[in-house]
Every structure is written in structure tokens, then in C-alpha cells.
Write a protein that binds this ligand. Structure first.
Ligand SMILES: [Fe+2]
Length: 372
């Protein structure tokens, strides 16, 4: 069942637009809510841990919401080489790993294709980006006030375009930041990034070739800057996420993978007590699936009565297209819900009385189904 649930979620998340069901959107939203809660707590703890172990530092990134810098001539040349060696590809919105937050909306996919050209990271990219990123380790730690890991990377070029996305916040987990490398720089001629800083000043990023920008993409409004006359703005994007120790190695799980749903990854440590990666992930997948029922709840339960429980017979987890068995499952699950409601609301004695009334109904429904 554990594998089935993960496989099921992976399958529905990769269905084409027309095959999606409303239930799938509910599961996505539940996953997003759980994810936000976990990232908030993880990010708070990661910042607290960093502050406990380091001297006080006034972060410009935290103060203004963005920070820029410039690489030397050698790194600028390397950055241009890295970008130029990557092959252009068509954006595939379904190229993401199921363990990662992805953008599911078709209108946003259309916007991404309209505004950007995308490129595939190759061996040269993975071998050489660390020469540029690794020396930034301490600066990124201090400015973020946390140890960090790479959540995802992306290579794209903002196309000449009169209309970009419009001002928006990315609404990802708040501590996650976008780090952009601009091989050709960023300005009004080639294209840029425009953002509102923490003091609500509008800033059009104006940088020389071989520069970088890191910004709080979920706290500061921003959009790509372009025009019909722009030359196009090459960008290498590295998304940064908080952790308890820094690991600068690159992670790539697909062009539409943004960051792990849950702030946890597999490790070589032998972690016991049902707290290893697979156990934690599986428990949370079950919780998010069970959350679909939370709005129907009208009575209190102690956590042990619903934690990590989900109905294996529920049609949500069924890949069986047989309508008869689906209907039978539905009827049985309605009956189960009715019984639970009666016990919760009226107590055991009244339940027994009602039970004697319901039992014949169950048999009649079973008999009807058998002769259908
Ligand atoms: Fe954005």
C-alpha cells in the first residue's frame, strides 16, 4: 500500500490537463498546506540554529529583500560558456519529480512558454557551476541567516516581449530564495528583473555581464522586465533552501521541480524510530490524503483516533475503473460514516438501537447489487 499510494500520487500528478479530476486538485492543495506548515517550522528552526552558532550579522538581503554582486573576468567568461553550451529545449511542464513542488496550472505553463526560452543542464553545467557557486557559500549563509542546500536549478532566457507575467510573489515556502546568475548582465536593453524592495521602492535590476541577484521571491513582488526591442536575458537560476548544514551540490529533478514538498531528504545516517526518510514521507502522504475529510468533521477526536489512518477501500486510491465496485465502495463508506456519526453524536445505546434498524438496509442494498 505504501508504494501504491506514492505511485498513485505520482501518476495523477503527471496526468495531462484533460484527465485531471477535482479530487486531484484537493490532494494538491492539501499537500501544499502541509508543505507550508512543515517548511515554516523547518525554516524557523534552521534560522535559530544558524544564529545560535554564528555571530550577529546585519543582512542586506533580509533588510532590502534583494542583494546583487559581480563576478571577476574569469568567472564571467565561464558563466557565458556554461550558458552557451546548454541546448535549447521545449518546456515540458510535466518534467518534475513527485517529491517536489511543481507548478500545476496550464495558464502559468503557457505564460512560461510565452515569456521564456528554456535550456537543458548538461555535464558541463553540473561540472562548472560549483566553481562559481561554492565560493559564495559563506555569503549566502550570512545573508540568509541559515545553512543551505540547492533546491532546484533552471536555465532560461527571457525573450523580447511587451508583456511579462505582471507583478507577483511566488508564494513558495517563505525562506526559499532565488539566486540568478546573469551571464550577459541585466538591463533595459537586454531584459532584466524588476522588483519592489522591502521599502516598496521599485527597482529595475541594472547589472554588468557576469553578475548575480539573490531575492526574496515570495516576500517581494517582482516580474521579468522585457520589451519588443530587448535582446533577451540569459539566466541561470539556483534556488536556495534552508538546512542545518550547507551542501552546495546541485540538485536537478526536472525543469518544473522547484523544491521538496517536505523539508527532509534521504540520508546515509541510520535514523531509527520510524523517523527515516521513507517512513516520514509515507506518513505525510497518508496525512495529506486523509485531510480531504477534514471539512466534514463535526465532532472532536483525540489525535490517536485519526493519525496516519486512511481508508484503503476508498475510491480515491482505486485504479479500478469498474463502476460497480466503485459504487459498492461508496455505499459501504457512506454507511460507515453514518455509523460513526451516530456513535459520536448519540452514544452507544442509541447506536445499538439505530444499528438494528440499519442492518436490514445493508443486506437489502447488498442483495440489490448482487442481482443488478
Ligand atoms: Fe516569480
Amino acid at each position: 500500500m505504501e508504494t501504491n499510494l506514492k505511485e498513485y500520487l505520482n501518476k495523477i500528478e503527471h496526468l495531462d490537463y484533460s484527465s485531471r479530476l477535482p479530487t486531484h486538485a484537493s490532494l494538491f492543495q492539501n499537500k501544499a498546506i502541509l508543505s507550508k506548515i512543515m517548511w515554516d517550522i523547518h525554516s524557523y528552526n534552521a534560522k535559530k540554529f544558524y544564529k545560535l552558532n554564528n555571530k550577529n550579522y546585519e543582512s542586506s538581503l533580509e533588510k532590502y529583500g534583494y542583494l546583487t554582486g559581480k563576478f571577476d573576468v574569469k568567472k564571467t567568461k565561464l558563466l557565458k560558456d556554461i550558458f552557451n553550451k546548454c541546448k535549447k529545449i521545449e518546456l515540458d511542464p510535466f518534467d518534475f519529480h513527485s517529491d517536489y513542488v511543481y507548478e500545476p496550472r496550464k495558464n502559468l505553463h503557457d505564460d512560461m512558454k510565452r515569456i521564456n526560452e528554456y535550456f537543458e543542464p548538461n555535464d558541463f553545467f553540473f561540472k562548472n557551476i560549483p566553481l562559481i557557486l561554492d565560493p559564495m557559500k559563506d555569503l549566502i549563509e550570512k545573508e540568509n541567516q541559515f545553512y543551505w542546500k540547492v533546491a532546484s536549478c533552471r536555465i532560461f532566457k527571457v525573450k523580447p516581449n511587451n508583456k511579462t507575467q505582471g507583478y507577483h510573489k511566488d508564494d513558495q515556502a517563505l525562506a526559499i530564495k532565488k539566486l540568478f546568475f546573469y551571464p550577459d548582465g541585466a538591463n533595459k536593453e537586454i531584459g532584466s528583473t524588476i522588483l519592489k524592495d522591502k521599502f516598496n521602492n521599485e527597482v529595475i535590476i541594472d547589472l554588468e555581464p557576469g553578475s548575480w541577484l539573490i531575492f526574496e521571491n515570495s516576500l517581494c513582488e517582482h516580474q521579468a522586465y522585457s520589451s519588443d526591442n530587448c535582446l533577451g536575458r540569459p539566466t541561470i537560476e539556483i534556488d536556495i533552501m534552508p538546512d542545518f548544514h550547507t551542501d552546495t551540490s546541485l540538485s536537478y529533478t526536472g525543469i518544473n521541480s522547484w523544491y521538496p514538498w517536505f523539508p527532509i531528504s534521504d540520508t546515509e545516517f541510520d535514523i531509527k524510530g520510524l523517523l527515516n526518510f521513507n517512513d516520514v514521507e509515507n506518513r505525510n502522504l497518508k496525512r495529506l490524503a486523509g485531510l480531504c475529510n477534514i471539512n466534514k468533521c463535526d465532532s472532536y477526536k483525540f489525535p490517536c483516533e485519526f493519525s496516519d489512518y486512511y481508508d484503503e477501500g476508498s475510491s480515491i486510491f482505486s485504479n479500478n475503473d469498474n463502476n460497480e465496485s466503485k459504487n459498492e465502495n461508496k455505499i459501504e463508506s457512506h454507511i460507515k460514516e453514518d455509523i460513526n456519526d451516530i456513535i459520536d453524536k448519540k452514544g452507544l445505546v442509541i447506536f445499538m438501537f439505530t444499528f438494528l434498524k440499519i442492518i436490514p438496509l445493508v443486506f437489502v442494498k447488498k442483495l440489490i447489487n448482487r442481482f443488478k
